[in-house]
Design a protein around this ligand. Structure first.
Ligand code: NIG
Length: 412
């Protein structure tokens, strides 16, 4: 064997996460007690007992990382973020804590519309500069891949500016970014009297322009009484599909409005939020094999009840993905550790199910078949944690335990 670039040794266990969501999550994590991990050329070259390393594997150029008895797992994959935006909404946070609701603030011209005003006013450079520290905070949590949505432009120029900023951001951070067009995040203020004209703008101008520059892999719609109807979402997402973008939906967050059923009908990759999902919606999602993306940080942050019924979702046989939903309005938090804790405390998942959701489940939701796991030949995106078991992550609530983060074979 040629010399490894990197060897991680002295682990409690390595979670290769090679199973499927149809297995018991503890088994799907496929723990290898005491294994070492070898990396070469940015890929996983070896996972197994140290004694099994072929001769010559560790040479003078091999960087050796002592895991100090911590466990090693794949880099987290965050399947739902709004990482790129300008402005902030701390005053609204204060108002909500005194009783104002998210919808009341939105109706009064705040909420998403406030962030849209700030984002339209910012340059592409500024959007990249503002997003860089957020990307760094995700990396510090052990996140090595993140989906990023547009949706604070709500016009052709700014939706393109946001997605171009995502592309540039991806060249400035080790975090791997997966772009999603969310032009249907809210009806912009200037179209409030004529929402049909905005739906047409999305379909006839924004979607084709984004497709032409190949700026987004997915297309998302916020389906909600206060945002877009099921029929409007169907038109936008069908157009997106015909341009090669796969649907993801903000579904059944504030009201049960048929969004899950639509996600199933459209063969969407994901239905995200699901706080209000009905049994019929859940069955439709399960039958269509749509991944449920849980974002409990926003349920907490909006002081909403109920949390998404994670236990029922999991028992219905759905793949679960878990994200931070970092955004300025409903979840100003890049804290994956907190999301893991809430997934257990409030969504009712086991620690193994939550960990699956933040790794392999999320990667599957993004169609990244070799991410979120550590099989030989996979990208060497891995985290050495300062604790012996994944169970400590939700248990030690909100505390990041990532000690060494490796992206594509490099320590970042
Ligand atoms: O996923 N629900 C809609 N979109 C975001 C919130 C965006 C905002 O308030 O700025 C979410 O929670």
């Amino acid at each position: 064997m040629d010399g490894l670039d990197l060897l991680v040794r002295n682990t409690s266990e390595v979670l290769t996460v090679e199973g499927t969501h149809r297995e018991r999550a503890e088994d799907a994590l496929t723990p290898r007690p005491g294994a070492v991990v070898g990396v070469r050329g940015g890929r996983i070259a070896y996972v197994g007992p140290e004694a099994g390393l072929p001769a010559g594997a560790v040479g003078p150029d091999t960087e050796v990382v002592d895991a100090l008895g911590g466990f090693v797992g794949p880099g987290f994959v965050d399947p739902h973020t709004h990482l790129v935006f300008a402005g902030e909404r701390s005053a609204e946070f204060d108002l909500r804590n005194q009783g104002a609701t998210y919808l009341e603030l939105a109706k009064a011209g705040g909420g998403i519309a406030g962030t849209v005003r700030a984002t339209r006013a910012a340059s592409e450079d500024e959007l990249v500069r503002l997003a860089l520290p957020r990307a760094k905070r995700l990396l510090e949590q052990g996140v090595t891949t993140a989906e990023v949505k547009s949706g604070y432009g709500l016009n052709l120029e700014t939706e393109l500016k946001m997605l171009r900023a995502v592309r540039r951001l991806g060249t400035r951070t080790p975090l791997e970014l997966v772009p999603t067009l969310l032009c249907a995040h809210a009806v912009p203020e200037e179209y409030r009297g004529n929402r049909e004209a905005y739906v047409r703008l999305c379909i006839e101008e924004i979607l084709p322009a984004v497709a032409k520059e190949d700026l987004a892999r997915f297309c998302d719609v916020f389906v909600e009484d206060s945002a877009f109807t099921v029929d409007e979402a169907r038109r936008i997402l069908s157009a997106a599909k015909s341009l090669g973008m796969t649907p993801r939906l903000h579904a059944d967050q504030l009201t049960a409005c048929g969004a899950s059923e639509l996600a199933a009908e459209l063969d969407a990759a994901t239905a995200d939020h699901l706080e209000q999902v009905t049994d019929a919606g859940l069955k439709a999602l399960a039958d269509a094999n749509v991944t449920a993306v849980l974002v409990p940080t926003s349920t907490l942050f909006l002081r909403m009840r109920p949390y998404a019924p994670g236990r029922r979702i999991r028992d219905a046989g759905l793949n679960i993905a878990l994200g931070t939903n970092v955004n300025p309005g409903s979840a100003m938090s890049e804290n994956t550790a907190l999301a893991l804790g809430l997934a257990c405390l409030e969504n009712g998942l086991t620690a193994a199910e939550a960990y699956w959701g933040a790794t392999r489940g999320a990667a599957v939701s993004l169609g990244m078949q070799r991410h979120g796991r550590l099989s030989e030949g996979d990208p060497a995106d891995l985290v050495v944690f300062g604790c012996a078991s994944y169970r400590h992550l939700p248990y030690h609530l909100g505390v990041a335990h990532a000690r060494v983060v490796v992206k594509a074979g490099r320590i970042v």
